[in-house]
Design a protein around this ligand. Structure first.
Ligand code: FMN
Length: 478
């Protein structure tokens, strides 16, 4: 990522950014820093770039032309990079904004001095007005450094593994838990006993508890914004599961998962409060949701709870699935604030959706996660807005076609894994026969069987899919 800074004091920026972690990132080529001295574009021998304000009053104003020329001199990679003007009149900078700016290839920062900059050049070049807090600085340089530091942390490779795996204060609107190092006892104060147990689950629980406690005490305003995220998914062969995990990682550090592939969990009612976020994910079967004993997600109930829906599909199309999911969940008290249709491997073809989600898809997940965070922030102020998605909310009824299948009794060792893990309990414990009324042809039993005793005959579908839907599709989101 390239940072360009237009300033009267380049050394102030360089000295700060070239130090510590951002300095290392510059050396490693993860980020670059280019400063432009606005004074180099003055049109007088004294290098003056300010003048008296029209209409009178105290202070000086930076002139439009040198700022404009400095901006024009930036060797840009992108056509119109975002140009951020640091000003107390801007939107207050936060972690979501840092994450959003980090998605850009390059950023231009404009640092003002004196009373400000001639409004006309701001109108011409600035895309974002940003403040780092409700106080006034002598110039925009320190604010630019703060932003460069916070944005850089989201640029891949800037933090090493150890640094990036640390608990992110702010990521979930929570403050960090307290830290301790040797000695175990210092001036009569002991390290909390749980940290010495070596029990990582207990330690994680304690740390999260401390985070909640601290945030409540020190920043009750943040605590009110903390929003637990639950991902509820149905995924017999785990393609949807992988995609939803990848997305949720960008939404929270503490995800809860609800595996609705397990019939037992589909039967348990779960109520969500307005303070939570649900991510509901399912694979596309024939352009719709898989048909189960009860409609998928019918055990979940919201209370004006925002939700994000994901229809994962094998590169043919998602057709009506998102619209169907949206209706089911909105009828149950959720507000659908975002929808995404990622491509995952097709269970009937090793060519369709091969290697998806890939690196390019992950960038789209990141963008979508930032969009969701922004929609949540806006929704908290103005109310959540339901998104429009394509497709029919009540899809046409289809006649169910079950794939011909075969059990090789010679290979079968009777381990019963297929019986126990069939998401619709379609396999008889006694005979191991599949009940075609219940079977959804999801292939879970065939993939789980270590002895490869179960086969489904799908070569005709495979041939048709590979002929007509071979071209990789792009993720769509709404
Ligand atoms: C019965 C059935 C129907 C499917 N229908 C479609 C479809 O209409 N469009 C599509 O792109 N993929 C379709 N797929 C592929 C799935 O969406 C997906 O690739 C995979 O099977 C399931 O996800 P999972 O790994 O989470 O179980 C279908 C898969 C099955 C088993």
């Amino acid at each position: 990522m390239d940072f360009h800074v237009l300033t009267l004091f380049p050394e102030m920026i360089e000295n700060t950014v070239q130090t510590s972690i951002t300095g290392r990132a510059i050396k490693n080529g993860r980020i670059s820093l280019h400063t432009v001295n606005i004074r180099d574009f003055a049109d007088n021998k004294h290098s003056r770039v300010d003048d008296y304000p029209y209409g009178g009053g105290a202070g000086m104003v930076m002139q439009a032309e040198p700022v404009y020329q400095a901006y024009q001199s930036v060797k840009r990679k992108t056509l119109k990079p975002r140009c951020i003007y640091l000003t107390p009149q801007g939107k207050v900078f936060n972690q979501t904004m840092a994450e959003e700016f980090a998605l850009e290839e390059e950023l231009v920062f404009l640092c003002g001095h004196y009373e400000g900059i001639d409004e006309r050049v701001l109108e011409e070049i600035v895309t974002d007005y940003v403040s780092i807090g409700d106080y006034v600085l002598t110039g925009g340089e320190l604010a630019a450094c703060v932003m460069i530091d916070a944005v850089s942390r989201f640029v891949p490779g800037v933090l090493n593994n150890e640094e990036s795996s640390q608990f992110e204060s702010m990521q979930d609107n929570l403050l960090e838990y307290p830290h301790y190092t040797r000695p175990e006892s210092w001036r009569g104060k002991n390290v909390p006993a749980v940290l010495l147990t070596g029990n990582h689950t207990k330690i994680e629980e304690w740390r999260l508890g401390e985070s909640y406690k601290r945030t409540k005490e020190r920043r009750p305003d943040l605590k009110a914004k903390n929003r637990p995220v639950t991902a509820a998914y149905f995924s017999p062969t785990e393609g949807t599961k992988k995609a939803v995990e990848l997305l949720v990682e960008h939404l929270t550090q503490n995800p809860q998962y609800l595996d609705l592939t397990r019939r037992k969990l589909r039967r348990e009612k779960k109520i969500f409060s307005a303070q939570e976020l649900l991510v509901a994910a399912a694979p596309v079967y024939g352009g719709q949701l898989p048909v189960l004993e009860n409609e998928l997600f019918s055990n979940l109930k919201g209370n004006h709870t925002p939700c994000v829906i994901m229809a994962a599909y094998g590169n043919r199309h998602f057709d009506d699935t998102l619209a169907q999911m949206k209706k089911i969940l909105e009828d149950r008290g959720f507000v659908c604030i975002g929808a995404i249709a990622p491509i995952i491997p097709h269970v009937y073809s090793d060519q369709l959706g091969k290697g998806r989600p890939n690196e390019k898809d992950e960038v789209i997940f990141k963008k979508f996660a930032v969009l969701i965070k922004k929609r949540i922030e806006e929704g908290e102020k103005q109310g959540f807005i339901s998104v429009q998605v394509p497709g029919k909310a009540i899809p046409d009824k289809k006649t169910k076609k079950v794939l011909p299948q075969f059990l090789d009794k010679e290979k079968c060792i009777g381990c019963q894994v297929c019986v126990q893990r069939c998401p619709v309990y379609a396999i008889s414990k006694e005979t191991l026969e599949i009940d075609e009324e219940k079977c959804i042809s999801c292939m879970r039993c065939a993939l789980l069987c270590k002895k490869k005793a179960r086969t489904f005959h799908y070569s005709k579908i495979q041939e048709h899919l590979e002929k007509d839907f071979f071209v990789p599709r792009e993720i769509e989101f709404f």
